[in-house]
Design a protein around this ligand. Structure first.
Ligand SMILES: *[C@@H]1O[C@H](CO)[C@@H](O)[C@H](O)[C@H]1NC(C)=O
Length: 227
């Protein structure tokens, strides 16, 4: 990407084109959603409900992460553009509902959103400003309806085990795109449904098939814990 852009710039020496190249300096996004029950009963993390109360039993947003086609990703791209909650004041109630933090100590979400914006969001700021970044991510979550897709296939958060391929198929059926599933382990060492990755084009508008999947492995039978 970088070298293609510099060839073009050398050829054409147009400032507009240089701006275009900067604005495309990532290839796609991962939209990452997490199952709160698996965050909370993992052996690795303790969980604390937000100061605003226990979230609904639904997938919550983890983040929208710019990524490269080779699997690497940019991070912390602009320290001059810190998170500013007043820019998203109209989104706060939706953020609390759809993007809650379950980390300890209990919080209202602000430190989680700050981290997501500063580590990931600043790397797509040429495409999505702060307000657009959060609004776009909230919209993508509504569009993907993960829990409904799973439940339509009879896959429910009831502590039972389901096959990884049935989970994948159900999400593909519901969203039209192949997800990547990240597992963690409960305190007894069972593999469980932790995070779902879907890919989004770099405008943030459309789901796409993932150019590359993250690394990692689930068991073939994975638990879907209650929350
Ligand atoms: C935060 O955003 C508000 C609204 O856009 C703006 O008035 C304010 O100056 C910003 N604060 C900082 C520290 O940039």
């Amino acid at each position: 990407m970088k070298s293609k852009c510099s060839v073009l710039i050398n050829l054409l020496v147009l400032q507009n084109l240089a701006v275009l190249c900067v604005s495309q300096d990532f290839d796609f996004f991962y939209l990452v959603q997490q199952w709160p029950g698996s965050f909370c009963d993992s052996d690795k993390s303790s969980c604390c409900y937000p100061t605003t109360g226990k979230p609904a039993a639904d997938f919550g947003i983890h983040g929208l992460w710019p990524n490269y086609n080779d699997g690497s990703y940019p991070q912390n791209c602009d320290s001059n553009n810190p998170f500013n909650e007043s820019e998203i004041s109209d989104l706060i109630s939706s953020m609390r509902k759809n993007w809650p933090s379950l980390s300890c100590p209990s919080s209202n979400g602000e430190s989680f959103w700050t981290h997501e914006w500063e580590k990931h969001g600043t790397c797509s700021e040429s495409v999505l400003d702060q307000h657009d970044y959060f609004e776009t991510t909230l919209g993508l979550k509504q569009q993907t309806k993960l829990l409904q897709s799973l439940q339509s296939a009879g896959i429910n958060p009831n502590g039972k085990f389901y096959s990884l391929s049935d989970i994948r198929d159900a999400i593909k059926e519901g969203t039209g795109y192949t997800p990547w599933i990240e597992c963690n382990e409960d305190s007894s060492g069972n593999s469980q449904l932790y995070q779902v990755y879907l890919c989004v084009d770099k405008s943030g508008s459309n789901l796409i098939e993932c150019p590359v999947f993250p690394k990692g492995k689930c068991g073939s039978q994975i638990e879907f814990p209650t929350f």
